[in-house]
Design a protein around this ligand. Structure first.
Ligand SMILES: Nc1ncnc2c1ncn2[C@@H]1O[C@H](COP(=O)(O)OP(=O)(O)OP(=O)(O)O)[C@@H](O)[C@H]1O
Ligand SMILES: C[C@@](O)(CCOP(=O)(O)OP(=O)(O)O)CC(=O)O
Length: 419
């Protein structure tokens, strides 16, 4: 290790979140986080939904510590410990000549780390913060410790933080292969296509509630595995054939098949939640209204324009076939769910340009929107039922942020900035 001077070595990374279009729900091994079926997701543009994590190592740190969104959290949990252990095992020599730092492979076992992470979207609200967070942690620790493993191996480590995190190691469309081995060595993610393959797609998320949910995915799926007879059928019969069809649909950019499979799989996942004892209700009336809005529109168009999918919460993730369709979708959403405050700016996050594509620049424009032609009861408006929208698109995988201004840890103190 370096001489007397106490140095702090840091790395900062950013990882996207992902939304499953064929859902992971149910584990066959709780500790290793091995799933009962394969799943497929789309990675979202990190500019809109991502975790940024700085990891720092220093001989002056007496213990491992972590801050999440500016608050110190416990690192003693098994999931954090698994990720730290697996990355430390693979650490290699590091030399930073400019800073005069030399760390030998075997030194990493003795060095403690400080971790600071920030999510640019709500944490634990069903928007897969754990996916972005654990992928980012593993990716960034890997950079700090000069880990040489390929992305498949990193995904397998991120999986031990949170199952869905293994898919956030890649951009574009990603498949998590459940694997067969008891030790989990073949349960990892592979990239199906990168983010440029199907870049017409526009993703609009309706944040119905950004409050923390009642049943976490982890405990919800545990209850489902223990009590739902439907889960067996889903995992063994339905998902395997859907995975093949979904891979084909993605490869061929076949939106019609993609949308039908995505909606069907979301609905079956929520059916399995209802089949759990006691039943789990992740969607609420607003979620159901959004499904109905999309189903009616798709029906009158004769072919799907938009796919919907809901994770373990009431927020809707709507995938439109292209920008023109996304603009029409947004008009419908704003008609039904006008903003509570007279502030359109904070009602549409992410790619705000979609508002001008929809011809909506002000709250007055929202009020002037005509009722969608397919709507039977046109005066049904639900002001305030959607907290805000995020407009995004398929995005790239994790990356290192080299500009030191992005660091969340102060290199002088070794502590999270601003706490
Ligand atoms: N940036 C992050 N870095 C490390 N861990 C994180 C980060 N963000 C979230 N987590 C971990 O994930 C937990 C939240 O996961 P949880 O599954 O409850 O919610 P979610 O991932 O937002 O929703 P869901 O997975 O159901 O879509 C946090 O309590 C924390 O342990
Ligand atoms: C509904 C889902 O979002 C469930 C995600 O569950 P998590 O990955 O959060 O669960 P753990 O592995 O216990 O951490 C579907 C999906 O992302 O595939």
């Amino acid at each position: 290790m370096a001489g007397e001077r106490l140095w702090v070595l840091m790395a900062t990374g950013r990882s996207p979140t992902n939304i499953a279009v064929i859902k992971y729900w149910g584990k066959r091994d709780e500790a290793l986080i091995l799933p009962v079926n394969d799943s497929i997701s789309v990675t979202l543009d990190p500019d809109h939904l991502s975790a940024t994590t700085t990891v720092a190592a220093s001989p002056s740190f007496p213990s491992d510590r972590m801050w999440l969104n500016g608050k110190e959290i416990e690192l003693s949990g098994g999931r954090f410990q698994s990720c730290l252990r697996e990355i430390r095992k693979r650490a290699r020599d590091v030399e930073d000549e400019k800073k005069g730092i030399k760390i030998k492979k075997e030194d990493w076992e003795k060095l403690h780390v400080h971790i600071a992470s920030y999510n640019n979207f709500p944490t634990a609200a069903g928007l897969a913060s754990s996916a972005a967070g654990f992928a980012c942690l593993v990716f960034t620790l890997g950079k700090l410790m000069n880990v040489n493993e390929d992305y498949g191996e990193l995904s397998s480590i991120a999986r031990q933080g949170s199952g869905s995190a293994c898919r956030s190691i890649y951009g574009g469309f990603v498949k998590w292969c459940m694997g067969k081995n008891d030790n989990g060595s073949d349960s990892m993610a592979v990239q199906l296509v990168d983010e440029s393959h199907w870049d017409d797609l526009v993703i609009i998320i309706a944040v119905v509630s950004s409050k923390q949910k009642e049943t976490s995915s982890t405990s919800g799926m545990r209850d489902t595995v223990e009590t739902s007879p439907l889960l067996q059928y889903r995992a063994q019969t339905v998902v395997p054939s859907r995975i093949l069809k979904m891979e084909e649909a993605i490869k061929n950019r076949d939106f019609e098949s993609f949308a039908r499979l995505t909606c069907a799989d979301s609905n079956q996942f929520h059916a399995v939640c209802l089949d759990t004892s006691p039943p789990i209700f992740y969607m609420n009336d607003t979620s159901h209204r959004i499904i109905s809005l999309v189903e009616k529109w798709n029906h009158v168009e004769g072919t799907p324009q938009v796919a919907y999918t809901f994770d373990a919460g009431p927020n809707a993730v709507l995938i439109a076939r292209n920008r023109k369709t996304a603009a029409l979708l947004l008009q419908r959403l704003l008609y039904c769910f006008p903003p509570q405050d007279n502030d359109l700016e904070s009602y549409m996050l992410g790619d705000k340009l979609i508002l001008s594509d929809a011809g909506v620049q002000s709250v007055a424009d929202v009020e002037a929107l005509p009722a969608p032609p397919e709507m039977k009861t046109p005066n049904q408006k639900f002001k305030g039922d959607v907290s805000y929208f995020i407009c995004s698109r398929p995005g790239a995988g994790p990356k290192v942020l080299t500009d030191e201004s992005h660091a969340l840890i102060d290199s002088a103190t070794g502590l999270a900035k601003g706490v």
